[in-house]
Design a binder for this molecule. Structure first.
Ligand SMILES: [Zn+2]
Length: 133
């Protein structure tokens, strides 16, 4: 298993959100995960959400996993104090969706209930490094 420790806060003193998203894009396989930066003025600060589409190929989606970083403004800055939390949230979100993709690849997804899928994904997402398979 490939492992990658991410110690972003030791590398940079401060970062604008668009640069952080660019940094995250370099950490993932672009054939697996698309990371989008979305601006929404109604949002307070920034949050990260993830989606897995088991029918991505049929739908013509570029990747099975999409991670959306939603911010109030493209000029939003992540403080040093908060960046560890965003890194952890990003990795956790990617890992969660990877677990769902693994369920499909291992032909378990269709046999599981939604509750079983989520239970497994939540139990395996919280590593401080990316899952790989
Ligand atoms: Zn899930």
């Amino acid at each position: 298993m490939m492992t990658e420790k991410l110690l972003f806060s030791e590398l940079f003193s401060s970062m604008k959100i668009n640069n952080l998203v660019k940094f995250y894009r370099k950490k993932i396989n672009p054939k697996h995960v698309r990371v989008r930066l979305i601006t929404d003025k109604s949002v307070d600060g920034a949050f990260i959400g993830g989606w897995f589409n088991p029918f991505w190929e049929e739908c013509g989606d570029p990747t099975p996993i999409e991670i959306d970083v939603t911010v109030s403004s493209k000029d939003y800055k992540i403080s040093n104090k908060d960046r560890g939390l965003y890194d952890e949230l990003f990795i956790t979100t990617v890992n969660h969706e990877y677990v769902h993709w693994e369920q499909v690849k291992q032909k378990r997804y269709d046999k599981m209930s939604e509750e079983e899928r989520e239970k497994e994904a939540y139990s395996r997402e919280s590593l401080f490094e990316f899952l790989s398979f």
